[in-house]
Design a protein around this ligand. Structure first.
Ligand SMILES: [Zn+2]
Length: 167
């Protein structure tokens, strides 16, 4: 396994729309392991999307199980994820491995239903809420070339410089 180099804002490639995965094979599973290692190597790494390492395919990994008092499905590999339902709205602070110098307040749905393939090619539907739902919405945005910076209500009021980014 390997930690892959991250694209960092304002790299224009982060705006690229990623393509659906056509088939799950061993090479893809190896890439997913590298992607996961890259996520876990980052500070506070609760999610990552393939385009963040320059591979423009619709794959994201989310794992919020390390966050206390948070409902979670554990480690989730989401291939070709589709958010089918959104419900409620909440403001929350987000960070991103590709935007190391800032955090921001973003409005997201509180509850979502998401459908995705796992790394065996099996289709799952997950209902989730709170922080996990937020993380999935953030990662799916990456697949569509969007960063949390694009969703700030106000750049003046909702963007915060990170003084220290813990390594
Ligand atoms: Zn991100």
């Amino acid at each position: 396994m390997a930690v892959l180099p991250l694209l960092v804002y304002p790299d224009e490639r982060l705006k690229q729309i990623s393509q659906p995965v056509s088939g799950v094979d061993e090479a893809l599973r190896t890439f997913i392991l590298d992607l996961e290692e890259t996520m876990r190597a980052g500070p506070g790494g609760v999610g990552i999307a393939a385009p963040q390492v320059g591979n423009f395919v619709r794959i994201a990994i989310v794992d919020v199980s390390g966050k206390p008092k948070t409902q979670s499905h554990g480690r989730l590999v989401l291939i070709n994820p589709e958010i089918l339902e959104w419900d409620g709205m909440a403001v929350g602070r987000e960070g991103c491995m590709s935007v190391p110098d800032f955090t921001g307040n973003v409005i997201r749905a509180e509850r979502i239903k998401v459908q995705a393939l796992d790394e065996q090619g099996k289709l799952h539907t997950y209902e989730m809420n709170g922080y996990e739902a937020r993380a999935v919405q953030h990662e799916v945005d990456h697949l569509d070339g969007l960063l949390f910076l694009d969703r700030l209500v106000s750049r003046r009021n909702d963007l915060f410089a990170r003084k220290v980014y813990k390594k």
